[in-house]
Design a protein around this ligand. Structure first.
Ligand code: FMN
Length: 396
């Protein structure tokens, strides 16, 4: 695990957290032997001068696309392909918006346009209202879905008393560096990872179905995290309005039976299987191929249970690490340990949708992870992306 001699391009944008970056640079150079080149936006230079970063890095800070004494016009762009890591810290809402929308109107955004998403990191820092802005959220998700690495900000006291507490503080140096390490390390390299996500639909006729509010966000977060850590990833996704990540091999399915078949087909290929899909366990006993007319709707419906995919996988598992998610609203630990044993799982991740921040469809989750030897790990409320990273940290 090291960043030794890595060439790091460090983009600085106009956020107040820029003052913390001098210390980050010292760590990258002194502790990790990195060669750091800094690029500053015009706004970043309103907060600090290039001289500080030139002094720390020993390299000229790049600020302008059109330098007066320039001889070779593509020099800056060449620097991107010659670097191992492109980190933007602090990353403003503005730079996220630009990259997500293909805008290249200054040196940093132009250089980012030529960088490989998997080598590019954005350490977010902003006011909590900017962080919750729906355009920003959409832009951030677009970057994640295109394979870029997002280092989420932390909760805590924000820059001014008026802003108060909230999410938006730049992640700590150790979190930023461990994100860079996980990329250079690629601990899931050569591992095949199969992930399920989203709900399933069990049809009563050609238009009506039983389902649940799962959106697939957890499955997508897991797939992105596995990819980021170097894994070969296949995602099997139930019906959802969220677009699956472009860089991940995704099979879309509708019913629990479709999901079962797709999972069984890929099970032998997988080293790690994480079943985060909310597979419907009820289905109508009969299904009409046309829409039942309102006048013919039966007064009562008969249901049967769908096949338990995890139970089946637990029986046929060879060397795979098998991880299940469980939704429990009462006796959650006891019931989940029962499931873990019965289904021969290696880990079970328990959500209680009644807990604050753990509801279906949200961006956060509050879970308890139970291991095969019944260790109970209470996790704090965190984003689904953070939880996905925590899960892989545990599995690697
Ligand atoms: C004092 C001050 C602090 C700011 N802090 C942030 C911040 O932390 N995050 C952010 O996204 N924008 C922040 N902004 C707004 C950005 O500087 C502004 O959106 C600018 O256009 C960003 O340009 P850049 O992304 O090219 O650097 C701040 C502005 C001021 C005046």
């Amino acid at each position: 695990m090291n960043l030794n001699n890595k060439k790091v391009l460090l983009g600085l944008t106009g956020g107040i957290a820029i003052y913390k970056i001098a210390s980050l640079i010292r760590h990258l150079i002194n502790d990790h032997n990195c060669d750091v080149r800094v690029i500053m936006t015009k706004s970043a230079q309103e907060f600090m001068t290039p001289l500080i970063f030139e002094t720390f890095t020993g390299n000229k800070v790049l600020t302008d696309m059109f330098e007066k004494d320039r001889i070779v016009s593509t020099r800056h762009i060449d620097l991107v392909s010659q670097s191992d890591i492109f980190l933007v810290a602090p990353a403003t809402a503005n730079i996220i918006g630009k990259v997500a929308n293909g805008i290249a109107d200054d040196l940093l955004s132009t250089m980012l346009m030529t960088s490989k998403p998997e080598n590019t990191f954005f350490a977010l820092a902003m006011n909590k209202n900017m962080y919750h802005n729906s355009f920003f959220t959409k832009n951030k998700e677009s970057l994640i879905n295109n394979g870029y690495n997002i280092i989420e900000p932390e909760k805590g006291k924000l820059a001014t008393n008026i802003e108060g507490e909230g999410i938006g503080r730049l992640a700590s140096e150790s979190v930023i560096i461990s994100n860079l390490l996980s990329m250079s390390d690629k601990p899931l390299k050569d591992k095949n990872i199969l992930i399920t996500g989203g709900p399933t639909r069990e049809y009563l006729d050609s238009v009506r179905f039983i389902s649940n509010p799962s959106t697939g966000k957890m499955g997508i977060a897991l797939a992105n995290s596995a990819k980021k850590h170097g894994g070969n990833v296949k995602l099997i996704l139930g019906p959802t309005s969220i677009l699956p990540p472009k860089n991940i091999d995704t099979t879309s399915v509708i019913s629990s039976e479709n999901m079962r078949k797709a999972v069984l087909e890929k099970f032998d290929w997988a080293d790690i299987v994480i079943m985060s899909a909310a597979v419907e366990d009820l289905k109508p006993t009969t299904k009409e191929s046309i829409k039942i007319k309102k006048s013919n709707i039966p007064k009562t419906l008969n249901f049967t249970t769908t096949k338990d995919i995890l139970l089946e996988l637990g029986k046929i598992k060879k060397n795979q690490i098998l991880v299940g998610f469980s939704v429990e609203t009462e006796n959650k630990i006891h019931n989940s340990i029962e499931k873990l044993k019965k289904k021969n799982l290696d880990y079970i991740i328990v959500n209680d949708p009644n807990e604050k921040g753990a509801a279906f469809g949200g961006d956060t989750n509050k879970t308890t992870i139970i291991t095969k030897d019944e260790k109970i790990l209470e996790k704090k409320l965190m984003t689904k992306n953070e939880l996905a990273d925590e899960i892989f940290k545990m599995l690697i």
